[in-house]
Design a protein around this ligand. Structure first.
Ligand SMILES: Nc1ncnc2c1ncn2[C@@H]1O[C@H](COP(=O)(O)OP(=O)(O)OP(=O)(O)O)[C@@H](O)[C@H]1O
Ligand SMILES: [Mg+2]
Length: 246
């Protein structure tokens, strides 16, 4: 199910009141996925329509892309402002509930992929399932399905350190999908890929959009933000969103 996130006048401050105070995100309002708050969806976040979207956060190094992505994904809390995930205000949710929202709503693909060496492809993809709320067998089937979808079936028993860069990237995507999130958040996903693999990655993300996922990519790679797959581009500078190009 497609996910929508509304960031409303959100600021994140580090070292508040000190000489080294920074505001990597400064009074940002942005909506990701779905038709927004005006839609009558009964307040449960289910819009009925499964239309995915790919949005890009671009901008120079230090402009706040990773911080905004972390705010969208409920990995950090705003200093001020509201964050609505499928209509629910999460900014002040207790940590336990925030963890639940994060796990059930978002799949993350980090720049450093954070795959666990020594574990196989299958084991890495299954990791976010723990602690297991579904049976092991069901989890394994689900993981194998994703591994197949991403063309890695022949590599499923390989340790991740034995894979190529592109294969590792696909393992990271499969792992991000294992909890069936409505949104995928990817930070510089093409940083370690050549042009061919970057295009392949965009193809995969395009397919996920077709399945109704909301995708947000932080990047300064033109191969990503100029891709025809992209629905919207937000340009960040000094913690602010400059414009909504598309
Ligand atoms: N935990 C933190 N403590 C202090 N400052 C931080 C913290 N996280 C981020 N910043 C600062 O906020 C600013 C924005 O950082 P952020 O990582 O969001 O930028 P970015 O646009 O993702 O940059 P890049 O393209 O280099 O990845 C930077 O100046 C950074 O040093
Ligand atoms: Mg960054």
């Amino acid at each position: 199910m497609s996910t929508r996130v509304s960031i409303e006048d959100v600021t994140r401050i580090y070292n508040q009141g000190k000489p080294n105070e920074v505001r990597p995100v400064d009074r940002v309002s942005v909506r990701i996925g779905g038709p927004g708050e005006g839609a009558s969806d009964g307040g449960d976040g289910q819009t009925g329509k499964d239309v995915g979207e790919i949005a890009v956060l671009k901008g120079p190094s230090g402009s706040g892309k990773t911080t905004l992505l972390a705010l969208i994904g409920c990995m950090i809390r705003p200093t001020s402002g509201r964050i609505l995930v499928n209509g629910r205000d999460v900014a002040k949710l207790p940590e336990r509930f925030l963890t639940e929202v994060r796990r059930d709503t978002f799949g993350f693909v980090f720049q450093q992929l954070h795959l666990i060496s020594g574990l196989s492809v299958l084991e890495n993809v299954m990791l976010p399932l723990y602690p297991l709320e579904i049976g092991f067998r069901e989890g394994r089937e689900r993981a194998l399905g994703l591994i197949e979808q991403l063309g890695l079936t022949h590599r499923r028993r390989f340790r991740v350190e034995a894979l190529s860069g592109g294969e590792r990237q696909r393992v990271a995507i499969a792992r991000a999908l294992i909890n069936r999130p409505g949104a995928i958040l990817a930070d510089e996903p093409t940083a370690h890929l050549d042009a061919g693999l970057s295009c392949e990655l965009m193809g995969i993300l395009g397919e996920l959009r077709g399945q109704g996922k909301s995708i947000v990519i932080a990047t300064h790679d033109p191969l990503v933000y100029d891709s025809p797959m992209i629905d919207r581009v937000f340009t960040m500078r000094d913690g602010r969103i400059m414009d909504d190009d598309r």
